[in-house]
Write a new protein. Structure first.
Length: 607
């Protein structure tokens, strides 16, 4: 069945590419044949196949019944053999936010019967000395407030080689033998205690399960941009992930966080060497998660995503620019995977997954090349020959407008269709009630489609630039995530996107002079680019988010029923006011010094 699903999806994508190519031939050859037309046809086929592949995941998630709950073991029988380290790597983050999440998860685990199986370990790679000082101070506060059943440790590396993957790898080499499992999180991750216990039960029930990935929901979104992203992740992502899970089977994804890993499997499979040469294609592997999933599968460990797991959360960027900065790092990491396509022992499907990751970014410059080629195509078109034969009447070129519209509608249908079907399904199954009702869901879906269509030409430019920078050998480095970033002034937005505005202006100017027939066709692309500073600025503000909320847009389940772990974190943050932390720590110092099992050590982890 797995091979059948994969074959059908690949054939569907190939069929769509062939159909798009056939329509493109009729449209592009209407004014004569030249080499630019062949380039446009090839680009059209490649991008159509990629869009069709994404659509196949959405449709695959819509078809079929619910996921059967996997077998679960009893942790009371497992005892201490299920010892688990909850790893929270940090890199110049806000320690109050991160450590309050850690305490909220510890308190949530303390309400279960198995909290004594867990230690929370903060793995710091921070280089900013003021941030390091804050981390140490807030860790003392965290340690003082921890429930007695859960251990808490802090460790900062002096050498942050390998970045996050190197940090976790170093922990495994030094302390991995103490833990059967590792729950790998991000600094902004948040998980319910019951969810963690459920994942542990599933791991215990399947000895060959090397990695169990949950589906994190985006929370704490306040701007229009972030709320639209949050709604999309809440409504659409579970269906697409279901399609992905059915497609990948036991060779599933690892997204780098909110996943439970068997330490033995990770230790024997996931050592990541530095790639030869200099960054961006050489050096440490940035997008290590998919590589680690492939290495686990190479050793025949099961890698699985269970999309039915609730209570797994993360935060997202609040504006387009921060999203693009994060995307730049992912772009470089995914393009590095080109060098791993022929690595020995990697399973064929994991190689195909690497190729998908590359295509996720290469598709943007391919679209830009298609647009540019379409604008300049008339310059290379052959002189029209209205009398190809002296024995036949004059033959004039036909405007294939209908075929062009058919091609455009087909591409749009592949992009929009699955979202509309998911919204319709939510109404039929009653899922829409959790989002405020079917009317609100369908209204939000329509607006999300409109907004993503407006935003697409802007993100296309950011991704195209990222790919070009990597190809030209520019290393993006390892910038710290700006998880608290919000409003961007019009001036800041202009500095970040003036070149996008200029591209839109040049695009319309080129169409006006060289391809007048394309002028109005290109306006949906060029106009958002031209006004991109305004769009980026306006949609980054909290006011824009409040407007969306007032209009009933982009509401999610957590807004109607806030998760217990989110409430717990709110309560921790209310107690952890910055101005009171020093006094609280002073009062608790005696407790820290007399602690035994949970004795903190700011230079390393101690059991």
């Amino acid at each position: 069945m797995l091979a059948f699903r994969r074959t059908i999806s690949v054939l569907f994508s190939a069929a769509v590419a062939l159909i798009a190519s056939r329509l493109a031939i009729d449209v592009f050859f209407a004014d004569g044949i030249d080499f630019v037309d062949y380039i446009r046809i090839a680009l059209c086929a490649a991008t159509a196949a990629w869009i069709a592949w994404g659509a196949s995941l959405g449709v695959g998630g819509l078809i079929g019944g619910k996921m059967k709950t996997p077998p679960r073991a009893s942790l009371s029988e497992s005892g201490l053999s299920a010892r688990t380290a909850i790893l929270i790597p940090v890199y110049n983050e806000d320690p109050r936010e991160t450590f309050s999440s850690a305490l909220a998860m510890a308190n949530s685990l303390a309400q279960t019967d198995h909290a004594d199986l867990f230690d929370i370990v903060i793995l710091s790679d921070s280089r900013n000395e003021s941030v390091v000082a804050e981390e140490e101070e807030w860790f003392r506060k965290l340690h003082a407030d921890m429930p007695r059943q859960v251990g808490a440790f802090y460790r900062r590396r002096t050498d942050n080689a390998g970045k996050k993957a190197g940090n976790i790898g170093d922990f495994v080499r030094r302390y991995g033998a103490r833990y059967t499992y590792m729950l790998i999180l991000d600094a902004d991750s948040l998980m319910e205690g019951e969810t963690i216990i459920e994942m542990l039960r599933r791991m215990e029930a399947e000895p060959k399960l090397g990695l169990l990935q949950s589906l994190p929901k985006i929370i704490e979104s306040e701007s229009w941009f972030a709320r639209a992203l949050q709604f999309s992740a809440g409504l659409f992502s579970p269906i697409y992930t279901r399609g992905l899970a059915r497609m990948q089977g036991s060779e599933g994804p690892f997204w780098g966080h909110n996943a439970l890993v068997r330490t033995e499997a990770f230790a024997e499979s996931c050592g990541l060497p530095a790639l030869s040469g200099r960054p961006p294609f050489g050096g440490h592997i940035l997008s290590h998660d998919y590589v680690e999933a492939a290495l686990l599968a190479r050793k025949d460990w099961i890698v699985r995503v269970d999309y039915d797991l609730e209570g797994s959360f993360e935060e997202g960027p609040q504006n387009t620019v921060d999203f693009a900065k994060r995307d730049r790092r992912w772009c470089q990491g995914n393009l590095q995977h080109i060098r791993l396509l022929f690595a020995p022992g990697i399973k064929a499907w994991n190689r195909f997954t690497f190729l998908q990751g590359v295509m996720a970014y290469v598709s943007s410059p391919l679209w830009m090349m298609f647009i540019v080629a379409s604008v300049v195509a008339p310059l290379f078109a052959p002189e029209p020959d209205y009398f190809p034969s002296p024995y036949l009447p004059a033959m004039f070129p036909k405007a294939e407008t209908a075929l062009a519209v058919t091609l455009l509608v087909g591409v749009g249908g592949l992009l929009i269709g699955p979202k509309l079907l998911i919204a319709l399904r939510s109404g039929l199954t009653g899922e829409a009630r959790r989002f405020g009702g079917f009317v609100q869901v369908f209204w939000s879906t329509l607006m999300e489609v409109v907004w993503s269509s407006i935003l697409a030409p802007i993100t296309l430019m950011y991704q195209s630039r990222s790919v070009m920078q990597v190809v030209l050998g520019m290393d993006g480095g390892w910038p710290a995530s700006n998880r608290e970033g919000h409003y961007l002034s019009l001036e800041d937005a202009f500095r970040a996107s003036w070149w996008i505005s200029l591209t839109g202006i040049l695009m319309l100017a080129g169409a006006h002079f060289f391809a007048p027939d394309l002028f109005y066709w290109l306006m949906p692309i060029a106009v958002p680019q031209i006004i991109s500073p305004f769009l980026i600025s306006v949609t980054s503000s909290r006011t824009s988010g409040r407007v969306a909320s007032a209009l009933g847009l982009f509401q999610t389940v957590e807004e109607f029923s806030r998760a217990a772990i989110m409430i717990e974190k709110d309560q921790v943050l209310a107690r952890w006011r910055p101005e009171t932390v020093s006094a609280d720590i002073s009062e608790a110092e005696g407790g820290i010094e007399s602690a035994t099992d949970n004795q903190p050590d700011l230079s390393g982890v101690k059991g």
